[in-house]
Ligand binder design. Structure first.
Ligand code: HEC
Ligand code: HEC
Length: 273
């Protein structure tokens, strides 16, 4: 073989390798959004997370979820710190497969920006180990005995007695989540707007009155995560020393990734009830 033919052969072989490597970074895709998300979830679960890379990836998320992962007490952004790793992976896979509508976050979740399954594994592990806020948004505190009664009867079985969720079944931890975020998700689940909701949960909560809903979510927002998962009041994430916090405490709109979509509307704050 001549030298140049060898060089061409080698470069073809190498480009094949490179594209195989890139392809391996693409999430698997299949028919429906739910199926695509399920395949990616399974793919991510086989990977070993790298926390240091997770921290780097998290910089994108920090703009909305804050460097601490605590979101906003007005519920516009959920607390994701301390959420179960499997839940974070499932929600990321669902959101980017459009199995859960999240127009604001969607552009930041696509492979071109967030990266492939390995980055999903890494950022999920990073977020899961962040300590949670000791001061999440809670409800008005008026019907807590009713809230407890409803919780014990209708929620404990899946979300656990203390709202700790279930890692193996990727059932979200809901203790210490912002009350107004819980209200928005609960509404979305009841109305069928959240595509990835659990049909058994939808059935369970179908007949709730507004009073029962508000009471049970108020109670949920006041369930305390274990001491070991909570940060000290005023904790600042030392992983992002250069992060500039705006004085109003309102997360700024991050720059939109070019060419993906028009900037979506800011999420509206749900009415307090
Ligand atoms: C542009 C703002 C924005 C960015 C950037 C963003 N998110 Fe989100 N995220 C949101 C909003 C808003 C919601 C809640 C949407 C809703 O109400 O359904 C959310 C929801 C989530 C949820 C589901 C929480 C739950 O309890 O159901 C997870 C997990 C999550 N984000 C993780 C991330 C990660 C990891 C990143 C970085 C790769 C990220 N987000 C980047 C705005 C953002
Ligand atoms: C049959 C099991 C089941 C029951 C009962 C159930 N849930 Fe759920 N719930 C789930 C699952 C599973 C999800 C996550 C679905 C998904 O996105 O994958 C969920 C999601 C949620 C969410 C959204 C969490 C988030 O981080 O976005 C809230 C809030 C919630 N449940 C509250 C409740 C409350 C309060 C009750 C009791 C009134 C309840 N659930 C009863 C299984 C259940």
């Amino acid at each position: 073989m001549s030298r140049s033919a060898f060089a061409i052969g080698l470069s073809i072989a190498l480009s094949g390798l490179v594209s195989t490597a890139l392809y391996a970074q693409e999430p698997a895709s299949a028919g429906t959004p739910a199926e695509t998300a399920r395949l990616e979830y399974e793919q991510v679960m086989t990977l070993t997370p790298d926390l240091e890379n997770g921290r780097r990836v998290y910089l994108t998320c920090a703009v909305c979820h804050r460097p601490e992962g605590w979101g906003a007490p007005d519920g516009t952004y959920p607390q994701i710190a301390g959420q179960l790793r499997t839940v974070i992976i499932k929600q990321l896979a669902d959101i980017r497969a459009r199995n859960r509508d999240n127009p604001l976050m969607y552009p930041f979740s696509v492979p071109r920006i967030l990266g492939g399954p390995q980055n999903v594994a890494d950022v999920a592990a990073y977020v899961a180990q962040l300590p949670m806020t000791p001061e999440n948004g809670v409800g008005p505190g008026m019907d807590l005995p009713l809230g407890k009664e409803v919780y014990v009867e209708h929620c404990t079985k899946c979300h656990g007695e203390n709202g700790e969720g279930n890692e193996d079944e990727h059932i979200p931890a809901i203790a210490g989540q912002h009350y107004l975020y819980l209200m928005r998700q609960f509404d979305a689940i009841r109305m069928g707007r959240r595509k990835n909701s659990d049909p058994k949960m939808v059935k369970q909560i179908d007949s709730f009155t507004p009073l029962q809903q508000a009471a049970v979510l108020d109670y949920t927002s006041r369930l305390r995560p274990p001491e070991s998962k909570l940060a000290e009041t005023g904790w600042v994430n030392p992983d992002f020393p250069a992060y500039v916090r705006d004085p109003m405490g309102v997360p700024p709109m991050p720059p939109m990734p070019a060419g993906l979509m028009e900037p979506p509307a800011y999420p509206s704050v749900p009415p307090a009830r």
